[in-house]
Design a protein around this ligand. Sequence first.
Ligand SMILES: *Cc1c(COP(=O)(O)O)cnc(C)c1O
Length: 416
Amino acid sequence: MTEATPASLAACRRADAADPLAYCRDRFQLPQDTVYLDGNSLGALPRAVPGAVGRGIERAWGHDLIRSWNLHDWIDLPRRCGDLLAPVLGAAPGTVMACDSISINLFKLLNAALQLRPGRRRILATSDQFPSDLYIASGVADWLGPDRAELVRAEPDRLTGEIDDGTAVVLLSQVDFRSGALVDLPALTHLAHSRGALVLWDLAHSAGVLPLQLERDGVDLAVGCTYKYLNAGPGAPAWLYVAPAHARAVQPLQGWMGHAAPFDFDPDYRPAAGMERWLTGTPAVLAFLALEAALGVWADVDMQQVRAKSMRLGALFADQVRTRPALATLQLRSPPDPARRGSQLAYAHPEAGALCQALMDAGVIGDFRAPDLLRFGFAPLYLRYEDIWHAVDTLERILTEGSHRQQRFMTRPRVT
Ligand SMILES: *Cc1c(COP(=O)(O)O)cnc(C)c1O
């Protein structure tokens, strides 16, 4: 049963007192006087990370030097982190590898998918995918040439009709990065399979906030990053998932870390038997140490509770924006039903850029997506209902006073 959405500050405080995930907040180092609604872009810092990275630098690198590859098992960090991630994704151990970025992992997996479906050459994606995903897919098509690959961009409402017997792989995000709209992952996976196509899911805005069941749902291939809801820090390694049925697929970025025996220094490439074949070069060890420590946060977390709290935090924000007259100029661009969106809300406003900066100045951090969207993400492990109330109060105050119209909020920063 879903609980009622709090409708007052006192009700928010009661909801916080009864929150089964309240114990998680203390696992993060959060700045005072800040309400952080951008955990969907860069997750907050887990308390375990600075010590783990510091020890990796001082003791391992500083003292044990190159011996650390064996002594501290640096060499297995990509697999170890993959195995820590697997339960969060509903994946079996040994099917997830942490490595590279989403973009690079997409390049590997799209090539693999095309090889797994000989005779089919279409990569099908909707036109609203994250731009980097489309760039990579069109790059793969250019690279392989028209005889072997073609990118087809479907309008979102035309997707299902476009999956045909020429489609090798359907590339989709479960959660739309702008609006947060959620698509039906099990149903689309099933539909693609019924037409002989594979699915490659981008789970950048899903992992760590939605209860995923990659194995049960028959997902073929998936990618995601770890710096959003998984809190592993800026530029943290991404991950990829390959279903056991496709374990023998090969990827084109053949580097020594993907070789069956990297330290044989064999001049000929032979892919590793297991998931190591998806690796390419040397892992970014310091970033992996942060990732490993950040993943420790999830050991005892119930993803159903995460989803329930995520929906309730979002519903609280949306209800308050809808009912306060000063906020009537904000237009909801996310599905109104919390069950049909991920963990974020998007609002269109003609002054969204300046509003975003004025909010940050007042300690409420969201983000701006050109041309006119304000985006707010709700990371259930460290946000309180009270924080949401405070954020809406701040937004209301800024819009009532017009304080976002100051000159200093008018120039768009380089990174938004
Ligand atoms: C954040 C995000 C990415 C980022 O890709 P990188 O190559 O890791 O920078 C890709 N896809 C989606 C849907 C995202 O939200």
